[in-house]
Design a protein around this ligand. Structure first.
Ligand SMILES: NC(=O)c1ccc[n+]([C@@H]2O[C@H](COP(=O)([O-])OP(=O)(O)OC[C@H]3O[C@@H](n4cnc5c(N)ncnc54)[C@H](O)[C@@H]3O)[C@@H](O)[C@H]2O)c1
Length: 275
C-alpha cells in the first residue's frame, strides 16, 4: 500500500495509460479522481476501480479549460479531503483525435503514410489550427492541471506531479510535428515547474514512454511491413510496452520512494534511447 492515505488526480484517466494508472494507484491505497473529456470512459474507469474495492470518483474535465481544471482540483478536495498527487495523462496524437474511435485514427494515419516516401510534405501540408489544437491539449492541458492542482499542493507544503511526455520529447521521428513539439515542451515545462515548486515541497517529474499498446498506437499496424521491422529494430526489447509498465513508473515517481527525484524524466521504452 505505497499510496495509503493519498489522493491522486489523473487527467485522461478514462483510457490507456491514465486508466492503468488509476487502477494501479487505487490498488496501492490511493483515493483517485478520474478526470476525462469523455464521460463514458472516465465513469467506466471509476467504476472499475470501485469494483476492485478501491475508491474513485469521476469528474468531467476538458484539459484546455481553465474552469474545468479548477473544478477538477476542487472536486478532489471536496470528495476526498485533499490532493497529493497529479498525473497528467490527457493527451492526443493528432488533431481530431478521439480515444476509442479507431476508424477516425486509422483514416487520419492512412492519409499520412505517404510521408514515409515524401517527408517534406509533412511540413508543407501542415495546418496551423491543427498544430495549435494538439499543442493546446498536450501542453496547455498539462500546464493548467499543474496550476490548478499545484495551488493545493503548495498550500499543503507537499505533493507530487507526474507529467506524461514521450520519447517524442527528445526524438523527432517519434510522431508528427505538433506531437513532437508538444511533448518536448511538456518536458521543459516539467523541468521548469520542478525548479519553481521544489522549496514548496512539491516534486515534478515526467515519464517519457516509448511505444505503448493503447488506442493511440493502434495505427502502428498500418505501417508497411518492411518499415515495421525497421521500427521494432529501434527498440532493443523488440516489442511495444503495456500500460501497466507506465503505471508502475508513475507509481514510483508519485510515491515517497522517489523522494529525492524532481525535474527528472524516466523512459520506459524498451531501450529505445540506449542504441
Ligand atoms: N501510447 C503510447 O505509446 C504513448 C507514448 C508516449 C506518450 N503517450 C502519452 O500518454 C498520454 C495518454 O495516451 P494513451 O496512449 O493512454 O492514449 P488513450 O487514447 O488511451 O488515452 C488518452 C486519454 O486522454 C483523454 N483526453 C484526450 N483529450 C482530452 C482533453 N482535451 N481533455 C481531457 N482528456 C482528454 C482521452 O479521452 C483518453 O481517455 C498522452 O499524452 C500520450 O501522448 C502515449
Amino acid at each position: 500500500m505505497r499510496l495509503e492515505g493519498k489522493v491522486a488526480v489523473i487527467t485522461g484517466g478514462g483510457n490507456g495509460l491514465g486508466r492503468a494508472t488509476a487502477l494501479r494507484f487505487a490498488a496501492e491505497g490511493a483515493q483517485v479522481v478520474v478526470a476525462d473529456i469523455i464521460d463514458e470512459l472516465g465513469e467506466e474507469t471509476a467504476q472499475m476501480v470501485n469494483d476492485e474495492g478501491g475508491s474513485a470518483s469521476f469528474v468531467h474535465c476538458d484539459a484546455v479549460s481553465v474552469n474545468d481544471n479548477h473544478a477538477m482540483a476542487a472536486h478532489a478536495v471536496a470528495t476526498f479531503g485533499g490532493l497529493d498527487i497529479l498525473v497528467t495523462a490527457a493527451g492526443v496524437s493528432h488533431p481530431g483525435y478521439k480515444s476509442g474511435d479507431q476508424d477516425a485514427s486509422v483514416k487520419w494515419w492512412a492519409k499520412r503514410m505517404d510521408y514515409f516516401e515524401s517527408p517534406a510534405n509533412e511540413l508543407l501540408d501542415l495546418d496551423l489550427d491543427d498544430f495549435r489544437q494538439v499543442m493546446a491539449i498536450n501542453l496547455d492541458g498539462t500546464l493548467l492541471a499543474a496550476q490548478a492542482c499545484g495551488a493545493h499542493m503548495v498550500e499543503a507544503g507537499q505533493g507530487s506531479i507526474v507529467t506524461i511526455a514521450s520519447i517524442a520529447a527528445k526524438h523527432p521521428d517519434a510522431g508528427p510535428i505538433p506531437y513532437v513539439c508538444s511533448k518536448s515542451a511538456v518536458w521543459m515545462l516539467t523541468k521548469k515547474l520542478s525548479r519553481l515548486l521544489a522549496t514548496s515541497g512539491v516534486r515534478v517529474n515526467a515519464i517519457g514512454p516509448g511505444y505503448i499498446d493503447t488506442h493511440m498506437t493502434k495505427m502502428i499496424d498500418l505501417i508497411p511491413e518492411e518499415r515495421l521491422t525497421q521500427f521494432f529494430a529501434n527498440i532493443p526489447m523488440g516489442r511495444k510496452g503495456v500500460p501497466d509498465e507506465i503505471a508502475n513508473t508513475a507509481l514510483f515517481l508519485a510515491s515517497d520512494e522517489a523522494s529525492y527525484f524532481t525535474g527528472e524524466i524516466l523512459h520506459p521504452d524498451g531501450g529505445y534511447f540506449t542504441e
